[in-house]
Design a protein around this ligand. Structure first.
Ligand SMILES: [Zn+2]
Length: 798
């Protein structure tokens, strides 16, 4: 067939399809020809027991783009597992035609240095504020079992594209909406496939037995200052840093048993470098949304509870001029309804769902809770947020400009003016320093490079392939827009000692420390007077270069019950060019012994001891997934070690080794209450025996990332028949200093209990060995300082 005729036929078929799909009479206020999601999915998002595949989501947005002049849909990159990472830009057609102009306005308001100084600067800014739009980024689906938000993204887009209501018209005029249907496209299908597979079985509505992001699982929103994953990089490079949104609406789900909805303000603590205007902004907007939702009859809403604003890992925008409006709607069982009784509802930090209070109410009395409830809460909240963004457009832009002007103001005497990363003689330190510098550059900071005499270096002189040959110094001046980000990740903050009314520590929402110089062992000097570095450079080349380690064939234990530490470990091992082979071993394959024989080392990631032993409890999951390593697996590991193998246990997995291999070792903090000992993700100080092969190339003092971690004591005088090896088979390689406070950054209670106790042990057994880490040496791909310990452990018996 002639190509033109073919095109004509395709066009005609398309028109017929459009007519068929739009046969139902559209509402009078609706735009003609805009498909509803059900036309593509075959169901309405939010219907019980129905999930969309990622292909369907992409197809829906694609068709919306073609049909609507309010929607521009684009692929920004590829996810970890090669799926399209997409975003829809939604606004009035006349705004979409001028996107470059609005980007430029954002750029200048974000960095007021570009507008000159003094009154002239404020005049130019006022003009930009008059013309600019509120930029709202809506991010959905980073946690893939929280299915309501990626489904809601289609409902939100459809209404924005199809409605002619005055309210929608207004917000299209006044805002530019950047809608990301999922920050984790891979997880959409991982969850849907598992859900569909188990539909109608006793396992319907369970979480999938694998990480819903290949490497990070639920930790994928703990990566927003280290930027290790491609999804984080795309979001930062191609959305945040291009658009500098004033409002980021991050739509999540929480457990089923607490409030129906959380909205900001966040509870304490707020990380001290978050600008005060950001705190004002999320407080005002969150409280307003909660008030409006209550007025519409929504129940069970809490603010100022459960979720804190401590870690920059979940709040990139807080350091880049934008408020983060986290919403957390109560979950069902994936897409399956649940029924809750009122007296089943349980308290969380800061409220009791059975009692009205200043930050909770009105009561939700229990009953059925389903996906449609979830999408109703989510879409209502999102449109309220957009209304506020639209009606208060100038105020949002003025606040954004004010954050920028505060950031770039000249520093007064005595204030910190810059950070300085000096040249180190240690080559490996230089690589780590460069890694830290690339993180700062990626976060939008201008770095000044100079040679050892203080002369500026042209960035093009930095050969990416030979960074070690270029002795340059790095300064980070603080009178620049995103300096608060640098302050947050470069200063070793202590977490406040927060207690509830009965004196118990209030747990942090995530962890308590994020000091990258400590985690990466990079020297940082704080400069308190103007620096002499010349304006030489802009961006650094983005490089990642690891140390060079001896090649190893590594078997990584993949428990049936997924653990994020396994994912991060796999990510690190796969990126270490000196690792020859990384294999994932299931419970089943370890029990079969022969499968581990050829490896230099087996790694058992951080996981509770009983979970490693037993896996899912019987009945909770299909039988082939239950049972854990079991006694067969332990026997196989013991034989592997006795014939010369190495098994490396990370953090809590060390308890498993002590119990199951009958080692003459005591975890001195086991069983203690939180008031007696508590280390909820903190950076501690350790000392090392650098003559031991495990500590090769380490300094005498280093750090340990401790998180629910054990601390060890060797049992010297135990009854010989009680243990499988004598005390003399156990060597202490690292310990907490006996005389000083172990805490470097974060929060530690009962630190005296671990003073002088061991943090890293080697246990000889037969021809092989066990290595017990009492911390996470490869924590979330951030603790570069202790990577050498981890990689040394993989090298086979010393
Ligand atoms: Zn979540």
């Amino acid at each position: 067939m002639n190509k033109r005729i073919l095109a004509l036929v395709v066009l005609l078929i398309g028109l017929v399809c459009l007519c068929v799909q739009d046969f139902s009479k559209p509402a009078e206020s609706a735009v003609q020809g805009i498909l509803a999601p059900e036309a593509v999915l075959g169901f309405k998002p939010g219907d019980d027991r129905k999930l969309a595949s990622w292909n369907q989501v992409v197809e829906y947005f694609d068709r919306l783009d073609r049909a609507s002049d309010r929607v521009m849909f684009q692929t920004l990159g590829k996810s970890t597992m090669d799926k399209p990472f997409v975003m829809a830009t939604i606004s009035a057609p006349e705004n979409l035609a001028r996107l470059d102009e609005f980007k430029m306005i954002q750029e200048q308001l974000a960095d007021p240095r570009k507008l000159g100084t003094g009154a002239a600067r404020d005049r130019r800014a006022a003009e930009l504020i008059r013309r600019g739009k509120t930029i709202v980024l809506i991010t959905c689906g980073i946690h893939s079992t929280e299915v309501g938000s990626y489904l809601s993204s289609m409902l939100i887009a459809h209404r924005l594209a199809s409605s002619n209501e005055p309210e929608i018209q207004n917000l299209l005029q006044n805002t530019i909406i950047l809608l990301v249907p999922s920050l984790n496209p891979d997880g959409v299908d991982i969850v849907k496939n598992w859900y569909d597979k188990t539909l109608g079985t006793p396992y319907e509505g369970t979480d999938p037995p694998e990480l819903y992001h290949k490497y990070t699982g639920h930790d994928n929103n703990r990566d927003w200052y280290a930027f290790t994953q491609v999804e984080t990089q795309i979001t930062v490079d191609k959305i945040h840093n291009v658009w500098h949104p004033q409002i980021v609406h991050d739509i999540h789900q929480q457990g089923a048993m607490g409030s129906r909805l959380f909205l900001p303000p966040y509870m304490q603590p707020v990380e001290p470098n978050v600008p005060k205007q950001i705190v004002e902004g999320y407080t005002e907007l969150g409280n307003w949304m909660a008030r409006e939702m209550r007025a519409k009859g929504f129940q069970g809403i809490t603010t100022n509870s459960t979720y804190d604003a401590w870690s920059p890992s979940r709040a990139y925008s807080h350091y880049h001029g934008g408020v983060r409006i986290l919403s957390e709607t109560a979950s069902a069982k994936i897409a399956t309804p649940i029924t809750l009784k009122f007296d089943q509802l349980t308290s969380r930090e800061g409220y009791n769902p059975q009692k009205e209070s200043a930050n909770f109410g009105p009561l939700w009395r229990g009953g059925e809770w389903k996906l449609r409830d979830i999408t109703n809460y989510m879409t209502t909240a999102a449109f309220l947020l957009l209304r506020h963004a639209s009606e208060n457009r100038e105020q949002w832009l003025r606040r954004f400009y004010e954050i920028g002007t505060d950031a770039v103001r000249p520093r007064k005497n005595g204030e910190v003016t810059a950070y300085f990363l000096p040249v180190s003689k240690d080559g490996s330190k230089t690589v780590r320093r460069l890694r830290l510098a690339t993180i700062l550059a990626r976060a939008g900071l201008d770095l000044k490079l100079s040679d050892l005499k203080g002369n500026g270096i042209d960035p093009s002189a930095l050969a990416v392939s030979r960074p070690l040959d270029t002795p340059f110094q790095i300064a980070i001046p603080l009178d620049q827009p995103y300096a608060s980000f640098a302050r947050a990740i470069l200063e070793p903050l202590r977490y406040p000692d927060l207690r509830d009314a009965s004196g118990h520590p209030v747990p942090p929402y995530d962890v308590t420390a994020h000091s990258l110089p400590l985690l990466m062992d990079v020297e940082v000097i704080t400069v308190r007077k103007p620096s002499r570095f010349r304006d030489a450079t802009a961006a650094l080349p983005m490089v990642f270069q690891g140390r060079s380690f001896a090649p190893a064939r590594v078997a990584l234990y993949k428990a049936s019950q997924p653990t994020m530490d396994r994912g991060w470990t796999q990510w690190l091992l796969e990126r270490n060019p000196e690792t020859k082979q990384v294999a994932l071993l299931t419970d089943e394959s370890i029990r079969r012994h022969s499968s581990i024989a050829g490896f230099d080392a087996v790694v058992i990631p951080d996981q509770a001891s009983r979970t490693i032993l037993n896996g899912y409890r019987a009945g909770a999951m299909p039988p082939e997934l239950t049972g854990g390593l079991g006694q067969e697996g332990i026997k196989a590991l013991r034989e592997y070690v006795e014939s010369g193998g190495t098994v490396v246990f990370l953090n809590r997995a060390s308890d498993f080794a002590i119990e199951q291999f009958k080692l003459p070792i005591k975890n001195v903090v086991a069983g203690l209450s939180r008031t007696e000992f508590y280390v909820p993700g903190s950076i501690l100080r350790i000392e090392l025996d650098t003559t031991h092969p495990l500590a090769q190339s380490m300094p005498k003092q280093s750090i340990a990332w401790a998180e629910e971690s054990p601390a060890f004591e060797i049992i010297e005088n135990g009854a010989a028949n009680q243990y499988s090896v004598p005390a003399s088979a156990v060597k202490v390689v690292a310990w907490y200093p006996p005389a000083s406070d172990p805490l470097l950054s974060g929060w530690l209670l009962g630190g005296n209990r671990i003073k002088g106790k061991a943090a890293l042990l080697e246990v000889k057994m037969g021809k092989g060995r066990l290595v017990l880490f009492g911390f996470r040496p490869q924590y979330r791909a951030q603790s570069l300082a202790t990577y050498p310990l981890f990689f040394n452990a993989l090298r086979g018996s010393s």
